[in-house]
Design a protein around this ligand. Structure first.
Ligand SMILES: [Zn+2]
Ligand SMILES: [Zn+2]
Length: 274
């Protein structure tokens, strides 16, 4: 069945490898029909002091140019110029000023803040202490609050990325999540936002796609469209495990995959029966 990947990164992320051209070539080699480059939007220096969380402001122009060049070189594939934004406390104005150049915007919550305004990347293996300091349930609840704020914000998000990211390092929610997941599904259903089935979690300690089965079912029951993606941080990861994303969608009761287009539209790919 048709393959698309709407969440990928390059060396410009500061923690990945491969150029835009290499990512697009890998997508073409795998027979994908749509590829979205979705580099991390530059963060303020105080949030990304090491410059390894996101693209640097002086790289944005080169990123956009490289996508234009890849479009000219590869007319056989639809290349979407995307960006992944870090939602965090008070970031709305910052994001609104910077997302205009992009065809699609992925909304992500990767960090929580404390009262002093320090940011903590809860999905970074070097900063596990924060989990023990706050407690697992508290981390999840704080994440949910920020995630809902992002969905309800004025930022025109196309896709909510890896919706249950906090589980990544082996911290699945160990409490009753029914209300939690219902709130996520309801918020997304009220906006014109998609969610993604992101296969990168299969290669992390949690070993499953984002979102897990119960959350994906909640999205399905709320009628929310889903994209599929690898969240590749290297060319060889482009399009990885898309069959597993399709299987997760089938299990949740989906009959189609949604794909954003360059023009801001959407199209549907029917999920083949197994
Ligand atoms: Zn992300
Ligand atoms: Zn990403």
């Amino acid at each position: 069945m048709e393959l698309t990947d709407t969440h990928t990164h390059t060396w410009m992320s500061g923690h990945g490898t491969g150029t835009v051209e290499e990512v697009v070539s890998a997508a073409v080699a795998k027979g994908l029909t749509t590829i979205a480059l979705t580099e991390h939007l530059p963060l303020p220096a105080e949030v990304d002091p090491t410059g390894t969380f996101a693209m640097q402001p002086n790289q944005v122009e080169g990123y956009i140019e490289a996508i234009e060049e890849a479009r000219a070189a590869h007319p056989e594939i639809e290349i979407i110029r995307g960006i992944e934004v870090d939602w965090r406390e008070g970031a709305e104005g910052y994001l609104l000023k910077r997302i205009d150049p992009y065809d699609i915007v992925l909304g992500s919550v990767h960090m929580l803040s404390d009262a002093a305004g320090n940011h903590w990347e809860f999905d970074h293996p070097d900063y596990l202490d924060g989990w023990h300091e706050r407690g697992e349930e508290q981390v999840w609840r704080e994440y949910l609050r920020l995630w809902l704020d992002a969905v309800k914000s004025k930022v025109p998000l196309t896709i909510m990325a890896h919706p249950d990211l906090p589980k990544k390092l082996g911290f699945p929610p160990r409490f009753d999540t029914r209300e939690f997941y219902a709130a996520m599904a309801e918020a997304v259903a009220h906006k014109d936002v998609l969610v993604e089935v992101n296969t990168s979690g299969l290669h992390k300690r949690i070993g499953e796609v984002y979102p897990g089965p119960a959350l994906l079912r909640a999205f399905r029951q709320a009628g929310i469209g889903c994209t599929v993606s690898s969240d590749a941080h290297a060319p060889h990861e482009v399009g990885r495990d898309l069959d597993k994303a399709y299987e997760a969608l089938r299990v949740a009761g989906y009959s189609e995959v949604t794909v954003p287009t360059r023009s801001g539209d959407r199209r549907a790919i029917p999920l083949d029966a197994r």
